[in-house]
Design a binder for this molecule. Structure first.
Ligand code: ZN
Length: 158
């Protein structure tokens, strides 16, 4: 029985991400393209690590984890609007969590960095890594949890 679940699970994950994955762009298609050196002049070391090297900030350390002002969250690297504050919820995971992104501004990829397949999310304008999306979000809305690093975000109050 267990074995069966392990076989089926990757297919479910694949299927659930497929429609989004097909829309995601390859790195050469992002409208903002910069070299490593150029990014390093505009981003701090920690921002570079998360946004450009797909790093993860430590849980419960991010600026926007327990932050509930009204406004819009933008990409730290290029200021593209990514999430609205009314889609933010407290997931208890230690990272800012949203149930819905701003349509079209986020791209999806899959990664296996932690031993299972996850849906990676990034800014569709500059390719900056944001975090991952999981299927354990609020059931009363989308059921999605967009788990985002605070480091990847900047906030504009309403
Ligand atoms: Zn960006």
């Amino acid at each position: 029985m267990l074995k069966k679940i392990f076989i089926i699970l990757p297919f479910i994950l694949l299927l659930s991400c497929q429609s989004n994955a097909q829309k995601s762009k390859t790195t050469t298609e992002f409208s903002i393209q910069k070299t490593k050196e150029e990014w390093k002049t505009t981003l701090t070391n920690n921002e570079y690590y998360v946004l450009r090297e797909a790093g993860t900030e430590r849980a419960f350390t991010g600026k926007y984890n327990k932050f509930y002002e009204e406004g819009t969250y933008q990409c730290k690297a290029c200021n593209t609007s990514l999430f609205k504050s009314n889609n933010k919820f407290d997931s208890g995971t230690g990272w800012p969590s949203f149930d819905t992104p701003i349509k079209g501004n986020i791209g999806y990829n899959t990664d296996n960095d932690v031993g299972y397949t996850r849906s990676e999310i990034h800014c569709n304008t500059c390719g900056g890594h944001l975090g991952h999306v999981f299927n354990d979000g609020p059931k009363e809305t989308t059921g999605k949890r967009y788990c985002v690093n605070s480091v990847s975000l900047t906030f504009e109050a309403k």
